[in-house]
Design a protein around this ligand. Structure first.
Ligand code: CA
Length: 83
C-alpha cells in the first residue's frame, strides 16, 4: 500500500513539476547525459536508504524531499559544465 502511494506521488510529481536546473548535485545516476527513466529506477531502488549518491538534500536519508529534487531535474540534459 505504501509503495503504491509512493509510486502515485512519483508519477504525479514527474508530470506536474516544472523542470528547473540549478547548480546542485547530479541526478544523472547512470551517466548517460540525460536524466531519464533509468535514473528514476535507480533512485526508486535507493528510496528509504542512506546512500549518499541519492541523498540529494544531504539529510542522511533518501526520502521524499530527495525525490522532489530528482523530479525537478527529470528529463533534463546535462549542460556542458555538469548538472
Ligand atoms: Ca535526503
Amino acid at each position: 500500500m505504501r509503495s503504491n502511494l509512493f509510486l502515485v506521488l512519483c508519477i504525479l510529481s514527474l508530470i506536474l513539476l516544472p523542470i528547473r536546473i540549478h547548480g546542485a548535485p547530479s541526478v544523472d545516476f547512470d551517466g548517460s547525459g540525460v536524466v531519464g527513466f533509468t535514473d528514476f529506477v535507480l533512485f526508486a531502488q535507493a528510496f528509504g536508504s542512506e546512500q549518499d549518491l541519492y541523498d540529494l538534500d544531504t539529510d542522511g536519508r533518501v526520502g521524499f524531499t530527495d525525490f522532489l529534487i530528482f523530479a525537478q531535474r527529470f528529463r533534463a540534459r546535462k549542460p556542458a559544465g555538469g548538472m
